[in-house]
Design a protein around this ligand. Structure first.
Ligand SMILES: [Zn+2]
Length: 294
C-alpha cells in the first residue's frame, strides 16, 4: 500500500504542477477581455505639508506691523446656525472682510486673512499662518450661539491662565528648535531656564492680549453692542501655542434675532470693522515703535 501510494504521489506531483501551470496560463492569457477592471478608492490625506501663506495686503513697507485676521469656521464646518438658517462661517467671513477693508482704508498696518473664501482650515493652520508670517497680532472672529434667546452682545476672549502650561510647553518645543522666543535667545540654556523664559513670555502675551481686548471694548462703545460680561478668558485652541498677542471676538449671538439682524446688516458690519480696526491700530501703534500713531 505504502509503495503504491508513493508511486501515485510520484506520478501525481508532476501532473499537479502541469495542471497548475495550465490553469495559471489560462487565467493569465486565455480570456483577457473578460477580466474585470478593479477600481480602488481610498481617502488620501488632504494636505501633506503646511498650507500656502495668504497674501499680505496694505502698505508695502515690511516694517509696518502685521495683523492676521481669522474668519472662524468655513468649508465643511459651518459653525453655529441662526434661527433663519444664518451660518456662522459666512458671518465671520463678512466681518473679517469688513475689518480688513477698514484697516486697508486707514493704511497704517499690514493685513492678512487666514481665509478669504468659504474653505476649511484646521485651528492649528490658522494660528500657524500668524506664526509663519511673524504677525504682531492675531484676531479670530466668531459669532456665538446660545439656547437662551436673551443671550446677546459681543464678547472679547483672550487665552486663559488655565491654558498657560500647555501653551508654554508647545512654545518651548517649537522655540527650542528656533532658539528664540519673542526675541529671547534660548540656545544653550537649560530646560528649566527655558521654561521660565517661555512662561514669562506667555504672561507678557496674555497681558498684551488683554490690553488689546480692553481697546476693542473702548473703541466699540456706541458702535458694537457688547454682552453684559464682555471681557472673558478661555482656553481656545486657536489661541493656544501662539507666542504673539491674540484675541477671539464673538461678534454677537446669531441665536438672538436682534443680534442676527445686526450681523447680517452690511452697515452694522462696517461699524464693527471700523471699531475693531481702530482698536488694532491704537494697540499696534502703542506696542510697535516703527508704526506711525494713527
Ligand atoms: Zn465659532
Amino acid at each position: 500500500m505504502i509503495r503504491r501510494a508513493l508511486i501515485a504521489v510520484g506520478l501525481g506531483a508532476p501532473l499537479a504542477v502541469l495542471t497548475a501551470a495550465a490553469i495559471l496560463f489560462l487565467m493569465t492569457f486565455a480570456e483577457p477581455a473578460r477580466r474585470p477592471d478593479y477600481v480602488v478608492r481610498m481617502t488620501l490625506p488632504e494636505r501633506t505639508g503646511p498650507i500656502g501663506l495668504p497674501k499680505v495686503e496694505g502698505p508695502a513697507d515690511a516694517s509696518r506691523p502685521l495683523v492676521v485676521i481669522d474668519a472662524g469656521h468655513g468649508g465643511h464646518d459651518p459653525g453655529a446656525s441662526g434661527q433663519r438658517g444664518e451660518r456662522e462661517k459666512m458671518i465671520t467671513l463678512s466681518l473679517a472682510l469688513a475689518l480688513r477693508d477698514a484697516l486697508l482704508a486707514d493704511g497704517h498696518v499690514r493685513v492678512a486673512l487666514t481665509r478669504d473664501g468659504d474653505r476649511f482650515l484646521a485651528l492649528e493652520e490658522r494660528s500657524g499662518i500668524a506664526q509663519r508670517l511673524k504677525a504682531d497680532l492675531f484676531v479670530s472672529i466668531h459669532a456665538d450661539a446660545s439656547e437662551s434667546p436673551d443671550a446677546t452682545g459681543a464678547t472679547v476672549y483672550t487665552l486663559s491662565d488655565r491654558g498657560s502650561d500647555a501653551v508654554a510647553d508647545a512654545v518651548a518645543r517649537r522655540e527650542n528648535k528656533a532658539d528664540t522666543v519673542n526675541g529671547v535667545e534660548l540656545g544653550g540654556k537649560s530646560d528649566a531656564v527655558t521654561a521660565i523664559l517661555v512662561s514669562l513670555s506667555q504672561r507678557e502675551m496674555r497681558e498684551r492680549s488683554k490690553a488689546f481686548g480692553a481697546l476693542v471694548l473702548r473703541e466699540g462703545e456706541g458702535k458694537v453692542r457688547f454682552h453684559t460680561d464682555p471681557e472673558r478668558e478661555a482656553a481656545f485652541v486657536v489661541l493656544k501655542s501662539l507666542d504673539l498677542p491674540s484675541a477671539l471676538i464673538e461678534a454677537g449671538y446669531i441665536s438672538s434675532p436682534d443680534d442676527a439682524r445686526a450681523l447680517a446688516n452690511p452697515g452694522w458690519r462696517k461699524g464693527f470693522g471700523a471699531a475693531v480696526a481702530s482698536a488694532i491700530e491704537i494697540y499696534l501703534a502703542r506696542t510697535n515703535i516703527a508704526s506711525p500713531v494713527p
